[in-house]
Design a protein around this ligand. Structure first.
Ligand code: KG4
Ligand code: ZN
Length: 338
């Protein structure tokens, strides 16, 4: 049987990434992250698309070189069509079209949210793939979603955030505390040595499986402002405890929704993805749920959980097998549904 080589291209937010897959195994996965946004405390869309424009050719070139193949061997080009920042998506979309056209090979459009989930099907030693049906929870700086996955391309969104993403809750709380961007990893680090019960924050009241994090962010802001008024050193004196209490609240919210989703669907195979799945609190909570409730949890390798092109390429491969190709008039779509 002939090998299938897929080039995946991801440019939906602030990472320019290209990956080469041989069938369902990764040969290379190159990510150029954009340091420029750190000084603004968040992604600046206009700067992101400019950086993609600059990075895209070198990143694709590197991915092909690292994979040890020639571009003439490629079977298809897969790219992120959406959801994401329009200007950023346009760079990857236009580049993918041109390359597929030039090489005269199929073009495959990929939904970024499906890709976060299907990253679990990248063939890796020692990684178990979730069996269908399973629940996928995608948690990152841009997304918070619980999805019921019945087959590779049969997915149903059961709930999602109605305002901020969970990673934003981390990053914005970090900003209030004077931490650098993105603050998630540092809050996580400090949370592990702080007291999670030191301070109480309000949990949002959102029906069903939807999430809301903007109220929590405001709650933390007002709390810190009030305490700092009484004690100017409040943050320095209590930083680890504040971080632990924030993390305790956020993980509590995520786990409560997962429990409800398991109860509603009867499915207890849980696959997580997105940058926040690196969090020690969610990993521990899932481990506990395995012991306590008999769940099975699936966590991909870190480089496939944050935004990356390997996950775009695996979707490209699965679509290639079904001959599910795109027309060259396909358009980037900022608000693309699963
Ligand atoms: O998937 P990702 O790299 O990019 C987006 O698609 O957003 O996720 C980045 C997000 C940031 O909000 C970052 O603070 C958060 O993931 N993050 C974490 C941790 N590592 C990254 N949040 C909590 N704990 C962590 N260990
Ligand atoms: Zn993402």
């Amino acid at each position: 049987k002939e090998n299938i080589y897929i080039l995946g291209i991801e440019s939906s937010c602030d990472d320019t990434s290209a990956a080469i897959l041989c069938n369902n195994r990764i040969l290379s996965n190159v990510v150029a992250d954009q340091k420029i946004h750190a000084e603004y405390g968040g992604v600046v869309p206009e700067l992101a698309s400019r950086a993609h424009q600059q990075n895209i050719v070198p990143v694709v070139h590197q991915a092909i070189e690292k994979a040890g193949i020639k571009k003439e061997q490629l079977s298809a080009v897969a790219f992120t069509r959406g959801p994401g920042l329009m200007g950023s998506l346009l760079v990857g979309t236009s580049f993918a079209k041109s390359l597929a056209y030039g090489l005269d090979i199929p073009l495959i459009d990929v939904n970024h949210m499906q890709a976060h989930i299907l990253a679990h099907f990248i063939d890796e030693d020692n990684h178990k793939k979730p069996p269908f049906p399973f629940l996928a929870m995608t948690i990152s700086g841009g997304h918070t979603q619980i999805v019921k996955v019945t087959s590779h391309f049969n997915m149903e969104v059961l709930g999602e955030t109605i305002d901020d993403a969970v990673g934003e809750a981390y990053d914005k709380s970090g900003k209030v505390l004077g931490l650098g961007y993105p603050a998630g990893p540092e809050i996580d680090r400090r949370a592990q040595i702080g007291n999670p019960k030191a301070f109480q924050f309000t949990k949002p009241k959102v029906d069903g499986l939807n999430f809301s994090f903007s109220g929590l962010k405001t709650n933390i802001l007002y709390f810190v402002q009030r305490e700092v008024k009484a004690n100017p050193n409040f943050i320095e004196d209590n930083l680890n405890d504040i971080c632990a209490s924030i993390q305790y609240t956020i993980i509590g919210i995520l786990m409560a929704k997962l429990k409800l989703a398991v109860k509603q669907t009867g499915i207890n195979h849980i696959a997580i993805g997105g940058g926040v799945s690196a969090n020690s609190g969610i990993r521990k909570a899932l481990k506990d749920a395995e012991d306590k409730f008999g769940w099975t949890s699936y966590i991909p390798k870190f480089e496939y959980t944050t935004d990356n092109a390997a996950m775009i390429a695996i979707v490209g491969y699965l679509k290639y097998l079904e001959r599910d190709f795109s027309g060259f008039d396909v358009m980037a779509t900022a608000r693309l549904k699963i």
